[in-house]
Design a protein around this ligand. Structure first.
Ligand SMILES: Nc1ncnc2c1ncn2[C@@H]1O[C@H](COP(=O)(O)OP(=O)(O)O)[C@@H](O)[C@H]1O
Ligand SMILES: [Mg+2]
Length: 445
């Protein structure tokens, strides 16, 4: 199990108990801070990130269980261990009902306290890892391969090496399928946050009404339907990398709040007055032309300048065709189910090189995957390639199927709008959902 540093807060009005717990519970990996009353505790909670809180149930300045309720309401992910008076089983039971994870009666045994704290932290960690897993590239965290030797790719590798260790936000631009995700993951892997998972959110997938809450979190009762408090992704991205994909799709109102996070490294949950400090490395990607979006009033100008301070642009595959043979070899080797060495005959390679690759590397990968299946004796001929690759090189092709015409037309419109799916769907007269389905059906999404 990986060791993780964490901080606990001890809230007790008795100075000897605070001192004892601080001294006995602190380890190399565990920092212990203390607070003597509810006011000091609130202040601490605002300024620091705690995983576990140990609190005396009777504190001056608050009514019995109120502070516990307050903590569980605003920071549900924190586990609270309560210290109760000797024999005060009643309040212990009440505290557990209100969300405390365990209780310890005075006078307490330090070994047991230590164990209870460790267990509480383990629970916090597991639930955080679960959430992060749901929002990060998850199992996809294997080292990424960045294939290519064109001047463009070499320049980008240079930029990635330079910018990775810095904390500056990076905007990665390029057509769909050009490799923006790959670049983001490489930056994260080479950064100081590489030990932590990168949080990834595609802004196009944010639900309109819930977007703000998903990013920033909310406190219970802050809007209709907010029956529970919730941590936002900002909290989970703390001390790591937050990759906001398709940033051009983020609602304007939220763009302003995001700008604030970038400028002050603080954010505010919905319904909370206090700002919280965070330490997040931001990466952004878009297939849109953000400068144009700014001009049309669709994108916050200040945010654009802020995130565009460091831009990495991946040119489309058709502008760096010298990378194609390397990528073909790479995909044949990595996708081959049985480690067979596949060969591409010259004529098929000609078609691959001549094609315009509107879906970029993603399309190339899909074509190679398909051709491996169709290959006989591990030899890839033109017959293993999809029709649109052949028609690019030959005029005497067989009649097209309706599907391949549809695929080509969708690609044409998608490229016309710089990958903007909203406009593409509108122009084609289909819903965004249908467009997404078709993109995935044609291996373009
Ligand atoms: N330089 C590269 N080397 C190897 N694989 C790549 C490279 N660029 C992209 N890919 C692969 O192509 C696919 C599309 O890349 P991705 O980064 O998701 O594109 P984008 O985010 O720009 O739409 C992924 O399967 C990715 O692993
Ligand atoms: Mg992407």
């Amino acid at each position: 199990m990986e060791k993780e540093r964490y901080t606990i807060l001890v809230i007790d009005d008795e100075e000897p108990i605070r001192r004892l717990l601080q001294k006995e519970l602190a380890t190399d990996l565990r920092e212990v801070l203390t607070a003597a009353d509810a006011g000091a505790a609130r202040e601490m909670i605002r300024k620091h990130w705690f995983d576990v809180i140990i609190m005396d149930l009777r504190l001056p300045g608050v009514h019995d269980l109120d502070l516990l309720i307050e903590i569980k309401d605003s920071l549900p992910h924190i586990e609270v261990v309560v210290i109760t008076g000797h024999g005060d089983i009643d309040s212990a039971v009440k505290a557990m009902k209100l969300g405390a994870c365990d209780f310890i009666a005075k006078p307490f045994n330090l070994d047991r306290m230590d164990l209870v704290v460790q267990k509480a932290h383990q629970r916090v960690r597991l639930s955080r890892e679960n959430t992060i897993l749901r929002h990060s590239s998850g199992l996809d965290q294997a080292p990424v391969q960045f294939i290519g030797n064109s001047q463009a790719v070499r320049d980008i590798k240079f930029l990635i090496n330079k910018v990775s260790p810095a904390r500056i936000p990076v905007l990665i631009t390029g057509e769909s399928g050009a490799g923006k995700d790959v670049i983001a993951r490489l930056i994260h892997q080479n950064s100081v946050c590489s030990a932590k998972p990168m949080i990834v959110k595609n802004c196009a997938s944010l639900q309109k009404d819930l977007a703000r809450s998903e990013l920033f979190g909310h406190v219970k009762g802050s809007f209709t339907g907010a029956t529970e408090s919730r941590e936002g992704l900002m909290a989970y991205a703390h001390e790591s990398t937050f990759f906001l994909d398709e940033i051009g799709d983020l609602a304007l109102g939220i763009q302003a709040s995001l700008l604030r996070v970038l400028e002050t490294q603080t954010f505010r949950k919905i319904g909370e007055k206090e700002e919280r400090k965070v330490n997040i490395r931001f990466l952004f990607a878009t297939s849109r032309n953000l400068a144009e979006e700014v001009e049309q009033g669709n994108f916050n100008e200040a945010l654009f300048h802020r995130i565009n301070a460091f831009n990495i642009h991946m040119p489309p595959l058709k502008e760096r065709k010298e990378d194609i043979p390397l990528l073909v070899d790479f995909f044949l080797a990595s996708l081959s189910p049985d480690r067979i060495a596949y060969q591409v005959v010259d004529k098929a390679m000609d078609c691959i090189l001549r094609y315009s690759w509107p879906g970029n590397i993603r399309e190339l990968r899909n074509v190679m995957e398909r051709s491996i299946i169709l290959a006989e004796n591990a030899i890839i001929t033109e017959r293993c390639l999809p029709r649109e690759l052949l028609s690019a090189s030959e005029d005497t092709h067989a009649p097209l199927t309706l599907e391949s015409v549809e695929r080509r037309h969708i690609l044409k419109i998608l490229n016309f709008f710089d990958g903007n799916r909203q406009k593409t769907a509108e122009t084609l007269g289909i819903s965004r959902k249908t467009l997404y389905r078709k993109l995935s059906q044609y291996s373009l999404g």
